[in-house]
Design a protein around this ligand. Structure first.
Ligand code: ATP
Ligand code: MG
Length: 424
């Protein structure tokens, strides 16, 4: 028997219904906020991720699915969404457009991780990227957008953990302070952190292994190294979030994944969840420098970007623990019943007509007798049964039964759609 690869899941049954619901909430909200849908390739040249996600990230260091294609090109399955969207924005010179670009995506990502709860090798992320504006209003908008989506899913006790890495000058100041502080303690840190110290010491701050050590607990705070401009910018973002009534907490230990993050970084957690590893539902930040890194414009020429991503699979696991999602069901409107071949021919066109008029309709596909069909209709939660028999059909009529009250009525076939729509 062939089984699914390690770290993958089949999304079906209740999970699929929850996913469909989540997708509908996402789509509606993205539409209200005026974001446009984008789909980028599932594989890209490997170089894209090395240059964007960065050599010091866990993703590039050990999690990418890399391979040579038959033309000896080095390609990588996308491990995250930002790189592809930014690549497309630059490739199509969209930075030359007069307007900001607001994209959203919802697609599978691939990371060679050790599979465990909340951690898969193929998983789905939905996210946004806003390109071409550095106004703090955009930072506040994207954060509140993620917050409102999670809230609309009825996830309780949401909290935004927010931080800033400041501009280039602030970041360099902080990096120097960090190196000075960490140098004497480097032997006390995990092997990954020893590596990180050489390539991107900021990364040590959110190390999961050393999180509880005194070295990390007493690490200098980035907020003490911001220049005036960066401090002011951060205050403005926070002020806008206040106005948008987003519940946030300033947490100087949030630094997040990408090597090119600057200014705002954040993650959203639900305090309702005890599993701290799986409680980060989404995260993101500003990445102005990335634009230039990928051969786009620098900050003096409109090279600005900010985005976030949410883990769909984590959200589904989270929602599954909530009562309201346990019995989520898809019910049909109408079940059309028939027995003879002639009734079947009539059923075919009646079913199609109802479906094309937006009425969710099913009929027997397995040659069951009437008794069996009644059972199927009940399992599908049909609200109405349309029962065909040759005698009535000859007069252009069908029997319509309200499956809740069990009341029956004969209805003219030409008025059936109208009748059902009026009663549903
Ligand atoms: P973590 O610190 O948990 O490894 P990350 O920094 O790798 O997270 P991001 O790259 O910021 O995560 O991804 C955003 C979101 O995508 C995460 O908050 C999480 O919900 C989800 N996610 C990340 N990796 C996985 C995975 N392997 N399986 C399922 N969901 C994931
Ligand atoms: Mg990770």
């Amino acid at each position: 028997m062939i089984v699914k690869p390690k770290g993958t899941v089949d999304i079906k049954d209740n999970d699929a219904l929850i996913m469909e619901y989540v997708n509908s909430v996402i789509n509606n909200m993205m539409y209200s906020y005026n974001y446009e849908f984008i789909r980028t390739p599932v594989f890209e040249s490997s170089e894209l991720f090395h240059r964007s996600v960065g050599e010091s990230s866990d993703i590039v260091r050990k999690e990418t699915y890399d391979f040579l294609d038959k033309g000896d090109r080095k390609v990588t399955l996308r491990p995250e969404g930002t790189a592809g969207v930014v690549r497309s924005y630059i490739e199509n010179k969209e930075y030359a457009l007069p307007d900001v670009k607001k994209y959203f995506y919802n697609e599978t990502m691939y990371r060679y991780e050790r599979p465990q709860s909340g951690r898969l090798r193929e998983f789905t992320q939905f996210g946004v990227e806003v390109l071409g504006s550095n106004d703090p209003i955009v930072d506040a908008e994207v954060i509140s957008l993620q917050y409102r989506i999670l809230e609309s899913l009825h996830i309780g006790d949401l909290q935004v953990n927010i931080n800033t890495l400041g501009d280039n000058e602030s970041r360099i100041n902080y990096r120097n302070a960090l190196v000075k502080y960490l140098e004497p303690h480097i032997d006390e840190l995990c092997d990954d952190c020893k590596e990180r110290f050489k390539i991107n010491p900021l990364r040590i701050i959110d190390c999961k292994v050393d999180a509880e050590s005194d070295v990390i607990k007493n690490i200098p705070s980035v907020l003490d190294y911001l220049n005036e401009e960066s401090k002011k910018r951060f205050e403005t973002v926070c002020h806008y979030l206040d106005l948008l009534e987003v519940d946030y907490e300033i947490n100087s230990k949030i630094v997040r994944g990408l090597d090119y993050y600057d200014h705002t970084v954040f993650e959203i957690v639900s305090l309702q969840n005890n599993d701290s590893k799986a409680s980060v539902l989404g995260a993101g930040g500003r990445y102005n420098k990335l634009l230039k890194e990928l051969d786009g414009p620098d900050e003096n020429n409109g090279g600005f970007g900010i985005g976030w991503a949410c883990g769909m699979d984590r959200i589904i696991s989270f929602l599954k623990t909530m009562d309201i999602y346990q019995n989520i069901k898809r019910e049909i409107d109408v079940y059309v019943m028939y027995v003879s071949e002639e009734e079947k021919l009539n059923a075919l066109s009646i079913v199609q007509n109802l479906r094309l008029n937006g009425v969710t309709t099913e009929c027997d596909n397995m040659n069951k007798g009437l008794k069996g069909q009644f059972k199927v209709a009940d399992r599908l939660g049909a609200k109405y049964l349309v029962i065909l028999n040759n005698e009535d059909l000859a007069k252009g009529l069908v029997n319509v039964k309200d499956n809740a009250t069990k009341e029956e009525e004969k209805v003219d076939i030409s008025e059936l759609v109208e009748y059902l729509i009026g009663n549903l």
